[in-house]
Structures are given as C-alpha cells and as structure tokens.
Design a protein around this ligand. Sequence first.
Ligand code: FAD
Length: 388
Amino acid sequence: VTERADVVIIGGGIVGAACAYFMCRAGLQVHLLERNFPASGTSRACDSLILLWDKTPGPELALGQASAALWTELAGSLDFGFEYARHGTILVAEDEQTLAAGCARASDLAAAGVHSEILDRSRLLSLEPELAPDLAGGIFFPDDAQIDSRRATLALLLAAQQQGLMLQTRAEVTGIRRGANGRISGVVTATGEIATERVVCAAGVCSGQIGRLVDFEVPVQPRQGQILVTAKVPNFIHHPLLEGGYVATVQSAAADLQVALVAELTASGTLLLGSSRRFSGFDRSTSPTVLQAIAARAVRFLPGLVRVSIIRSYAGLRPWSPDHLPLIGPTHIPGFYLATGHEGAGIGLAPITGQLLTAWLTGGNLPFFAAQVHPGRFNCGDISRTNS
Ligand SMILES: Cc1cc2nc3c(=O)[nH]c(=O)nc-3n(C[C@H](O)[C@H](O)[C@H](O)COP(=O)(O)OP(=O)(O)OC[C@H]3O[C@@H](n4cnc5c(N)ncnc54)[C@H](O)[C@@H]3O)c2cc1C
C-alpha cells in the first residue's frame, strides 16, 4: 500500500506526539509511525516534571519557559486530561553551601522572570514535614509543574487525530527513500510505504538508527535513569522535591553513576524516587547497586521512607545530546528533520519542540533560540532555510 503525507513523523513518544499536534493544527497532512504503541519508550519510563530552575538562563531557559507556557495552554484546551498540576517544586539543600549556591541560581533565574522564594529550615519543614530536620533550607519555585507523561502523549495524539493525523502503531520504520536529487521521497515499514518529502525523526534514543537509514550521524546517546516506585503514600510530600546537587548531575557528562534526590508524588498517591544517570548503552534493566543508591539518598532527605514499601522499579533511557540542548530543525539532507536529544527534559520541552518544527515546515516565525537548537551546530545540518 502506498499512501501520501506532507510529513511523516517517526516515533510516538511525547516529542513525536507534540510534533503531530502542532503540525496538524497548522493544517499539514501528517502520518505518524510508531513501532510499538504510543509512549512505549522513554516517555513512559520517566518522571514528568516541567522544570524551569534546572535550566541555564539564555536559550535553554527561554526554550523551557516557552514550553511551560504551552503546557498551561494545552492543559486548558485538550479534551483528554493529563493530570497537569502547577504546585511548584522545592530545591532542598543539605548544607549551607548548597543553599547559597541555590540562592545564587535563583537570583540569576529571577532576572529572567523565574519566580522563587527562599525557605529557611523552619519554613521548609512547615511546607514539607517529612523532610529531615537537619537540612539547611530550600528554595520554592512556584512556576514548575507536573503532568502524567503517558496521558499527555495520548492527549496530544487524540487531539491531532481529531485534526486529521494518521496514527499507525506496530509500524517499525525500516527504510527511508531518497530521490536522485537526494531529497526524501518516502518512508518504508513492514506493512507498506508512505510517499512524502519530509520526515521528522522523533525516535528518542533510537534516533541514531533512523539517521543511519539516510547515512546521517545523529549525535544522541542513551543515558540511563532508574526509578523506585513506593506503595501509596498520599500527602507524604506536597511538592516535587529535588536536591540542590541535581543540576550538577544533569550537566555532568561523566561516565560513572550520578545520583541526586528527585521525589515526585503521582496523582494516584505513589511516590516516584530518582534520580540516577549513567551511560550504559541500551540497557533498560534496573540494578540493585543503583536502586540502593537512590533509596539511600531518598532516606537521607525523607527519613520516614524507611517505613514505606517499594512496589516496583523501572529504568528509562534519556536521549542525551553532547551540549545538553536538544536537536530541533532541518539537517543538510533535504527533507530530513530532527526532534530529539532532550535528555532529562523531553517531557517539559515537548510542546515547544512541536511548535518550532511546525514553524520550520510552514515558514513561520522562528524565535531566537531556534539557532541554538539547530542540528547544524554539530556540523550535521544546514543553518540556512533552503531545505525547509
Ligand atoms: C528516569 C527518567 C526521568 C525523567 N524525568 C523527566 C522529567 O521529570 N521531566 C522531563 O521533562 N523529562 C524527564 N525525562 C526525560 C524524558 O522522559 C525524555 O526526554 C522524553 O521522554 C523523550 O521523549 P521522546 O519522544 O523523544 O522519546 P521516546 O518516548 O523514547 O519516543 C521515541 C519513540 O520512537 C519509537 N521508535 C524508535 N524507533 C522506531 C522505528 N524504527 N520506527 C518507529 N518507531 C520507532 C519508540 O518505540 C518510541 O516510542 C526523564 C527520563 C528518565 C529516563
């Protein structure tokens, strides 16, 4: 069967879903191919925080702020609920030095419009009584939010389908065709072929495999993260909690294990405990060493957890990019676009990714940060718009 589409998106994670939503809304005829089912990759094996305070002021923060605003809009407009909650997050500081570094960060972020409130120890404990009594303090960031990433992926896909999206699951892309002039001409799956001149690779950690189908090297690597899930503990915490050292683990490119507390209560009352970071190829298995390190960090900050049962654990693969910014935009291969490399921020950054790629495809206005996330910065794309 040969069908035809203006754009074919490869990957039905949250990034592919957001691309589909904004492209359909702009009137493009879009076909999305997912080899398993929606959100079957990293977008179901993660936390779901929409964080601003982990972003560096400049293009990264601007990207985060634009995306956070889009999530607020989407929460008000999409039919299928995705548990959007804007309770803010709290940076917790184990010692005075970490608190001072957090305050310096909050002050830099304030200049870019990110709100925060410094919490001394007693105020911190009044907001979060389960925290250890010897912590130095914390910083409350009221603009941060939380969603359910699986529901959000479905919400975007359903809304896109209402605007004409052709969604095909169990459809693994095995080939990409190019014409004599090098332009993309079609996408091949086991069940057929779709004629198109534009392909968006939103395949997360598998983006390298998709790139190889057109002899294109995508500089994205899997960076594993593991999560512990507790039994239901409603109201155990009232905000997502992250330790001050979290940003250093995100920005580090060290190969060895990095662990920093991230605690997030889900709408169903379970607590998700992370975070770990490690380069271990495509290994999705959890390991006792990493889970024990996560548990030890969690108990350091929330001692009452020793009485709480763990019901399961999982691992996900973050699509890591070498300069810590995603790759969003056209490449030097005419018609081949990237929407990948979001590492630990793809849930938060999905909507702006969809909006930006739609602007590339339709000739819409590009914000200043489009150049900073352009794949061409790795010498693998073309900064001009001649191929859009
Ligand atoms: C432990 C952990 C915690 C995290 N916490 C947060 C957080 O709090 N906030 C945040 O913003 N981000 C967080 N992230 C990061 C976030 O989960 C990712 O950045 C995001 O899910 C990436 O989405 P994606 O759509 O690019 O990739 P994926 O969700 O992996 O989607 C890619 C899809 O492509 C499909 N695919 C691959 N190859 C093919 C093919 N050949 N043909 C067809 N389909 C194909 C896959 O099946 C998959 O469904 C976390 C990640 C982890 C691991």
